[in-house]
Design a protein around this ligand. Sequence first.
Ligand code: FAD
Length: 435
Amino acid sequence: MTDTADRTDTDVVAEVNAWLAENWDPDLTVAEWWSRLGDSGWAVPTWPVEWFGKGLSRAEGVRVQQAIADFGALPAPGGLGLMLAGPTIVVHGTEEQKKRYLRDIVTGQKAWCQLFSEPGAGSDLAGLQARAVKDGDEWIVTGQKVWTSGGHFADLGMLIARTDPDQPKHAGITYFAINMHQPGIEVRPLREMTGRSLFNEVFLTEARVPDDAVIGGLNNGWRVANTTLMFERTSLGAGGGNAAASLAAAGSVAGDLDRRAGDFVRSGCRRSGGVALGTSSKSLIKLAQGLGKSDDPSLRQKLVQLHTYGELARYNNLRQRAAAAAGKDIPGLPNIAKLSMSNIVRLARDLGLELAGGYGMLHAYDNESREALDEATGMPFLAGITETALFAQGPPIYGGTDQVQRNIIGERVLGLPKEPGFDKSTPFKELPKNG
Ligand SMILES: Cc1cc2nc3c(=O)[nH]c(=O)nc-3n(C[C@H](O)[C@H](O)[C@H](O)COP(=O)(O)OP(=O)(O)OC[C@H]3O[C@@H](n4cnc5c(N)ncnc54)[C@H](O)[C@@H]3O)c2cc1C
């Protein structure tokens, strides 16, 4: 293999293409294919070489993903295991934990969810009240989580719970990898206005998690959770706007692992129901041209604005890459990237609806009505537009709202005064509680 420092984008693409030519076989099951891809290092090429990666940069990783898609092979498993749990465990897990969890993540055998938010703790995440109490070699967890994306398909959860209420609120929190398949966990799907159930309420009633599933040490959960959030913001900002979606679903619950890998590629359908979510200026420009509206000056202005946002995001990515190569960091860049993604999603929503005109008021909730709508309107892309428009409220909220990103940039990057608060040294149990 070429040395990372000397490798060009062309080398990387040639290398992955050569590997795909040897290894992609549409007749494999999804599980077999993902095992092959995961063990080769091409599923997560940005991870360290010793842990299923190839030590590539983020930009090279994007080229690899694109090359796999261009080749017509099934891409790496999507979902929060690969996006959040895996990278967090790479940073904070023990060697034994890395051996226990990482292979199942990169090969899509197990799906993960993120058990962070609670009814009274979203932006103020450190105010969480789910508690974990030690019982021999195990912890007993009781509390409620909410907005748990993919909780109904998850095998494992990234759980943060309060383990020491005598400590100040950011200090007494611990991060666990909890088995979702147990009697103490009840997952209740929530229906969104898109018609889908992406996220859930999760009730933990004396659920059990072994002590050796504590990630990053006892009462160090706030630090570990921030690593997860940093990966979330960076990858959402890099365009993973609907990161929980993928061509086939990871994990033992969704039922895709035993299916033929080639069938997912041929259909080109997202598990979420076959609607491609489009926020790129390229696809909307094509659409405007197809509808004969590309001469409209007001639309052109907005299309250029969307293109400009996309280019700024790309340049920020390059800045990040250059800084990382020089062993430096640009404070606040993940927050800026996430904010910029929110702007892109909102503008794409408005543009899509403007292009669809009055038809944008019609949304199909299942495949049958989607076909009927296609026929009635003659606009096969309408479902993608309305789906994007209805889902567009989500990205500016998850992974930390726009306001929270601005607060972080203000306080940690610009050095503005912190929001007033009295919680730095007061034990959590003495603080007034939300909800
Ligand atoms: C599609 C989707 C998927 C999600 N998936 C997950 C998941 O898988 N796992 C998970 O744990 N969570 C998930 N979330 C939850 C998400 O992280 C929270 O919704 C988010 O952190 C906001 O918390 P909240 O909903 O409690 O709103 P609140 O914190 O109650 O905020 C309400 C409003 O007040 C504003 N606000 C709050 N505090 C401040 C402040 N200090 N300064 C200025 N403004 C403020 C907010 O910006 C917001 O506009 C998901 C959310 C969505 C929409």
